[in-house]
Design a protein around this ligand. Structure first.
Ligand SMILES: Cc1ncc(C[n+]2csc(CCOP(=O)(O)OP(=O)(O)O)c2C)c(N)n1
Ligand SMILES: [Mg+2]
Length: 586
């Protein structure tokens, strides 16, 4: 029998059965496990496919670490990879990004009180993005509750509005079923974060409890409303100028192949959004994202799949441009509560997006006379070509200081199809959204509708782990960089090389320009010009350089991709090159 970690009261090693399966219940596919609360929680998380725990230390949650590393024996490989970071937000952003990239809920562990409160923005971001995520929080011991223990705070009421469920696990024996339920809930439609806190005395207690052997979680394939899909096919057949919008849930619900089949079979123009980017390969004739303004403004039918009708889609108002009437809108979503209630919809269907999309193809095959959309395609392609022509001038701009678009002109040809592209910033990232399109699905990480700055380093940590052989590039505004750059330390300690590119315009550009526009002046939007972010990275053990001229960009980016340590390219960009915006999303 293995020797356990030292007994905490005596310091002496003791025999343990921790982590040893002592029985298997064939019928329920559950096993009896003896161990402390950490052992039980980690065993359940492992059954759900979790391989990494992101955390920042606190004694309230030590048993979870003890279980992750396999106790004092430290077996190799350990039961779970433990990645310790420099700010709880980074731990949760990393777990969120893991959920988005792997489509298995990510796991973050944070200590009681400030560990949980530091996580709130990242949990809110996961909630608004529908990202599968489980956050386990420490909690002051239950036997002293109300006496003023260190870091005593009742967390679930804080987290209830930004989670699918937030609750306290009262006893260690309840822990396996609570963690099992948390992973099931987080990973099923409509996905999102689940929070549990566990009183310290309970987490450290030992018990024998059944834990699931393997996960049967995830949303089942389901039947969907075929009558409504037949109506949608009819609406499409009657439409002269339809547009299909594919959003993040197409990827998160595993419906990317079915979505591509819709594009191929229907021959409908398509615009992609969020993690829907990459579902339609770059250069596909139906992909008209670059003509998005014309497509949305001139369409007569918008078929929106797997994304809310929020500010990113003009709150669901399509049509109306150049005398076009308002368009009809169809909303196809992964869960009934995702159907937009603020828009007068022509139709909506909720459920398994693969079933919905294959059902739509089947319904379309019943359409007797498919319409001719060739003139509409030609109009959109002309608009996309014109936009690309305009882009070319910016992408090759030879200005001093460097135009941010030139960074992408140099980056684009260096990107592999499966490169993971992470955006964290304002205007610098908006330019990226315009000029970069991923070559494969599941390769684009942005903050989603919550728009929280500071997710970049957490996402980079997650991406390097989830996609060990892909390029990982993080595009950081200089303002955003300040929120998580110290986690280069984590990248270095855990040997996770990624390329970071800072668009260093010395300001909070996305706020500076709007304030000037509204007030004729701006305050609180300036940063120190020319800050050497490369020096910070070098001090933390990475490699870095500053780029001042356009011709230096390509070689610097190549050095960054080739580096075997985290590499930052600090690009001094033009503070006056504002991203041209038609909306501020408010
Ligand atoms: C946590 C957080 N705080 C504030 C904001 C508001 N905000 C949105 S964009 C932006 C400016 C970003 O500046 P920077 O990262 O330097 O990118 P730039 O626009 O200069 O390219 C700010 C402050 C936010 N989205 N998230
Ligand atoms: Mg900036």
């Amino acid at each position: 029998m293995a020797v356990s970690p030292a007994d905490r009261s005596t310091g002496a090693p003791r025999e343990r059965s921790t982590g040893d399966w002592t029985g298997v219940d064939e019928r329920s596919e559950r096993e009896l496990l003896e161990g402390h609360g950490g052992d039980l929680a980690v065993a359940v998380a492992r059954a759900h496919g979790v391989e990494t725990m992101f955390t920042l230390t606190g004694a309230h949650v030590f048993p979870l670490y003890d279980a992750a590393v396999g106790g004092r024996d430290r077996p190799q490989p350990p039961p779970m990879r433990l990645v310790d970071v420099r700010h709880e937000a980074t731990a949760v952003f990393a777990a969120e990004a893991t959920g988005k990239l792997t489509r298995t809920p990510g796991l973050a562990v944070v200590t009681a009180g400030p560990g949980v409160t530091n996580s709130v923005s990242a949990i809110a971001q996961a909630y608004q993005s529908g990202s599968p995520l489980v956050v386990l929080g420490g909690r002051a011991p239950s036997h002293r509750w109300g006496s003023g223990s260190l870091q005593e705070l009742d967390h679930p009421p804080l987290l209830a509005p930004i989670t699918k469920r937030a609750r306290t696990v009262a006893t260690v024996s309840e822990l396996p079923s609570a963690v099992d339920e948390a992973f099931r809930l987080a990973g099923s439609r409509h996905r999102g974060p689940v929070f549990l806190d566990i009183p310290m005395d309970q987490l450290y207690s030992r018990t024998s409890a059944e834990v699931p052997l393997a996960s049967t979680a995830g949303s089942a394939a389901g039947d969907v409303d075929h009558d409504t899909l037949a109506e949608v096919a009819t609406l499409l057949a009657q439409s002269a100028r339809p547009v299909l919008v594919l959003g993040s849930d197409v990827w998160l619900d595993g419906a990317e192949a079915a979505a591509l089949e819709v594009v191929e079979e229907l021959g409908v123009p398509v615009v992609t959004n969020g993690m829907g980017r990459g579902v339609v390969p770059r250069g596909h004739l139906s992909l008209v994202s670059r003509a998005r303004g014309v497509a949305f403004g001139r369409c007569d039918l918008a078929l929106v799949v797997g994304t809310p009708l929020d500010f990113r889609l003009n709150f669901g108002a399509f049509g109306g441009r150049d005398g076009a009437p308002p368009a009809q809108v169809v909303h196809l979503v992964d869960a009934p509560d995702q159907v937009a209630s603020h828009v007068d919809l022509a139709a909506s269907v909720a459920g398994d997006l693969t079933a919905i999309l294959t059902g739509l193809v089947a319904a379309w095959r019943q359409v007797l006379r498919p319409p001719d959309w060739s003139a509409w395609h030609a109009e959109l392609r002309a608009a996309a070509d014109a936009a690309r022509e305009q882009d070319a001038a910016l992408l090759t701009a030879d200005t001093d200081p460097i135009h941010p678009a030139r960074v992408y002109g140099e980056l684009l040809p260096l990107l592999d199809d499966d490169a993971v592209i992470i955006g964290d910033g304002g205007d610098f990232v908006s330019f990226a959204g315009r000029f970069l399109s991923p070559g494969a699905p599941g390769c684009w990480l942005d903050p989603g509708p919550f728009g929280c700055l500071g997710a970049g380093l957490g996402a980079a940590i997650a991406a390097r782990i989830a996609r060990p052989s892909s390029q990982v590039v993080v595009l950081l505004g200089d303002g955003a960089a300040g929120m998580s750059l110290l986690d280069v330390d984590t990248l270095v300690r855990h040997r996770l090389p990624v390329l970071m590119v800072v668009g260093n315009n010395g300001c909070w550009g996305l706020e500076k320009h709007p304030m000037r526009m509204l007030y004729g002046y701006d305050v609180a939007t300036d940063l120190r010009p020319g800050t050497p972010y490369d020096a910070i990275v070098a001090a933390l053990g990475g490699a870095a350089e500053t780029v001042r001229r356009p011709a230096e960009l390509g070689p610097a980016l190549r050095r960054g991709f080739a580096s075997d340590v985290p590499y930052l390219v600090n690009v001094l960009t033009d503070p006056d090159a504002a991203y041209p915006r038609s909306t501020f999303g408010i």
